[in-house]
Design a protein around this ligand. Structure first.
Ligand code: ADP
Ligand code: MG
Length: 702
């Protein structure tokens, strides 16, 4: 249970004065939170992105255009907008001056009555805002502050600037954050005193205040002391949580699972290829883990198509040989079906019983599967998160394999393991994760990597093309389709709007159908699963030769005949995504190409990304480059990876702190495994503060 001291921080932001449903929604958007229910804690961890310095108080004649300035002026004359108050280009102007120069205060859609009350002609006022030079005149559009001189002392000298979104303006946002800060309870020190002293860190509350009250640009840097302190707090919570989860798994003793090799031999005999060295090495590591009486927690990393699934199958067969069951969990229905189809021949060859469980299995069929599972009449169960359902129980689960783990949270992973006796766990990910991040996302997980080009994969020729040349591209495409090739056309990724994504894809499909005079398939995330499967099946069968898609095809689609991948607005995609998309082609006998179409404006980072794509197809190189270009926060961001993102810490910039947090977590738990000492109790607060309730469950209460 969350400690009472944190209750105020976990109140919803709509409990703040001035925050209604509309503002709540906008703020939720900024915080990357679902539209309802963001908490004060989410708001206080949203640190400023800028600082406004109002301490610049020039004489008007010396004022530097473009700067925020605070000036004391006399109001000379009002010049209301002529004609209708909405007439464009005719804003309401108020002429003002100090003793050095004249300036216009400019108000678009200014209301005379209101402006006359704020700025009566002949009065003295202090105004603060950005001064610009327009033609020969100084002007200040919509001053941020207009106050009588006697109130000027109340103007803030420095103001934090928060990230905004359309419809959300600076003042209500700043007010909401301030309101939230005012309700932050004084929290106990959870850090080691000596460490805090050595680093020169403030206490948590003071650091939080300082982070929200920057004075200089330097205060915004992730290396600023206040931000470092908060980053360290977050990293310690992260490392502590991972350690707790890990130790809990370690404690629940595993069992030694050793196969006879009989089923494995049958399956290997049915493979139309030989396993690569990388696959054999990974399998060896997995089998060694399974054979030890320690519980396995291993991450299997390998590029898309590097052959992880076969490795997983052989490991699962080992469990079956030992009289146990195995489960393979994938993030989507589509992937589950694909796994089933690719595993079936080998499972049949080995004579093991394979079954499937997803959200689509219902009623009697589902009941029957569950009964067979409980009776041990199913050896390997493949499914989606439906495997987590309460009513799913295995007779004896020996190995749980989780595919494309980045779509699942740690919490879900834990749930599968808690089914029955502690099973060994193998997590497969096709998103190569740089070493730095592996530590933060997986803690002390053991890692196997399948490196090198995936078996049977040919290099994909990658071209980067400006959108000006779309016609040329379509002509090229027409020729290729006429030759019998098949192509994907991935549509622009529109930030945060599936609706617009969809419209773009639909529009493109219509346009291409007309331009090519061919049937064109369309798949997108809003489709019913059955419709999507039908569209995919038609493409797979070659009934449609061109498939227009939103990024739903990013994960796991396997159509070896497809040889062309067009990605529109490639500049909007992240490297990991582009790499995943490109991995959809080059799987068959034909020569494949990937065409990355970019539109203006092409930023520097986007340009670097496209160059990386052209230069390499090594997933690990791409991942490291991605990390360098984007920073870790974004890389771990929920959109991309589904992994818990850091809000305050950046594992790259704060790499030194991460290493310390890692050691500190280990030390703390060695001394105080149940966090019962006074520091331990404070650390419990820290865990809850950063939402690591999942980890706290593993502590004995006290
Ligand atoms: P991953 O799960 O890593 O994305 P898969 O296991 O789905 O990759 O393998 C991709 C394709 O490569 C499959 O069609 C699989 O049959 C094939 N494959 C796997 N291992 C080998 C190998 N050693 N040699 C040739 N083809 C292989
Ligand atoms: Mg796979």
């Amino acid at each position: 249970m969350r400690p009472a001291i944190l209750f105020p921080l976990f109140a919803e932001i709509r409990t703040l004065s001035g925050v209604g449903p509309k503002l709540e929604k906008l703020i939720a958007k900024i915080l990357g939170h679902p539209p309802t229910g963001p908490r004060l804690v989410d708001l206080v961890f949203d640190l400023p992105v800028g600082v406004v310095d109002r301490s610049y108080r020039p004489r008007l004649i010396e004022a530097e255009p473009g700067r925020i300035a605070t000036v004391e002026i006399n109001v000379l004359e009002h010049k209301p907008s002529r004609g209708s108050s909405h007439s464009r280009g005719q804003p309401y102007r108020v002429m003002v001056s100090d003793d050095s120069a004249v300036m216009d205060l400019v108000f678009f859609h200014g209301v005379a009555e209101y402006l006359n009350s704020q700025l009566p002609a002949g009065s003295r006022r202090v105004v603060s805002g950005r001064i610009e030079r327009f033609k020969d005149r100084l002007q200040m559009a919509h001053p941020d502050y207009i106050v009588p001189p006697e109130q000027a002392a109340g103007l803030p000298a420095h103001e934090p600037v928060y990230g905004l979104t359309e419809g959300l303006t600076a003042k209500p946002m700043a007010k909401a954050v301030r309101g939230a800060l005012d309700r932050v309870p004084r929290l106990p020190e959870w850090q080691d005193e000596a460490f805090v002293k050595r680093e020169g860190f403030d206490a948590f509350n003071a650091a939080l205040e300082a982070a929200h009250n920057p004075v200089h640009e330097a205060d915004l840097a992730p290396t600023a002391p206040a931000r470092r302190r908060l980053a360290y707090d977050e990293m310690l919570a992260n490392q502590l949580a991972l350690r707790l989860i890990r130790e809990n798994m370690r404690q629940s003793k595993g069992r030694s699972v050793t196969g006879t090799g009989r089923l494995k031999a049958l399956a290997v005999g049915a493979l139309p290829f030989a396993l690569t060295d990388g696959q054999l090495m990974a399998l060896g590591e997995i089998e060694q883990d399974m054979a030890s009486d320690r519980r396995m927690l291993r991450l299997l990393q390998g590029d898309v198509g590097s052959g992880k699934t076969i490795v997983a199958l052989l490991a699962m067969l080992g469990a079956v040989e030992a009289g146990l069951q195995a489960a393979l969990m994938a993030p989507t229905e589509l992937l589950v079906r694909q796994h089933l189809a690719s595993l079936e021949p080998y499972a049949n060859a080995a004579g093991v019983r394979l079954a499937c469980l997803t959200g689509r299995e219902k009623g009697v069929g589902r009941e029957a599967t569950l009964a067979r599972l409980a009776a041990g009449e199913i050896d390997i169960l493949v499914g989606t998160h439906a495997l987590f359902s309460e009513d799913v129980s295995f007779r004896d689960l020996g190995l749980a394999v989780v595919d494309e783990q980045h779509r699942f949270g740690v919490h879900q992973r834990m749930k599968l393991q808690s089914k029955g006796r502690p099973a060994d766990v193998l997590v497969m990910t096709a998103t190569p994760i740089p070493r730095t991040l592996a530590l933060t996302a997986y803690g002390d997980m053991d890692v196997s990597r399948i490196t090198g080009r995936p078996p049977g994969r040919k290099p994909v020729e990658t071209r980067v093309l400006s959108a000006d040349r779309l016609e040329e591209l379509i002509a090229h495409l027409r020729a290729a389709l006429d030759r019998g090739e098949r192509a994907y056309w991935v549509c622009p990724l529109v930030e945060e709007s599936e609706k617009i994504d969809l419209a773009a894809a639909e529009g493109r499909a219509v346009m291409l159908k007309q331009a090519l005079g061919l049937p064109v398939g369309l798949v997108h995330g809003k489709m019913k699963a059955a419709e999507r499967d039908a569209a995919m099946a038609a493409f797979k069968a070659g009934e449609t030769k061109l498939l227009v898609a939103t990024t739903v095809i990013e994960v796991g689609v396997d159509v070896p005949e497809a040889t062309i991948m067009v990605v529109e607005h490639a500049e909007r995609f992240g490297l990991a995504q582009l790499h995943q998309l490109r991995g959809r082609v080059g799987r068959g006998a034909g020569k494949s190409s990937c065409i990355l179409v970019w539109h203006e404006p092409l930023g520097e980072t986007a340009r670097a990304r496209l160059k990386t794509m052209r230069d390499t197809d090594d997933g690990f190189v791409i991942a490291e480059e991605d990390l360098r270009l984007r920073g870790a926060g974004e890389m771990l961001g929920t959109r991309q990876s589904g992994m818990e993102a850091f809000r305050l810490a950046d594992p790259v910039v704060h790499a030194d702190l991460l290493a310390i947090a890692h050691d500190d977590a280990r030390l703390v738990l060695a001394r105080d495994p149940d966090l019962k000492s006074s520091r331990g109790r404070a650390l419990r607060v820290l865990l809850y503060l950063f939402g690591r309730d999942d980890a706290v469950r593993y502590l004995r209460t006290g």
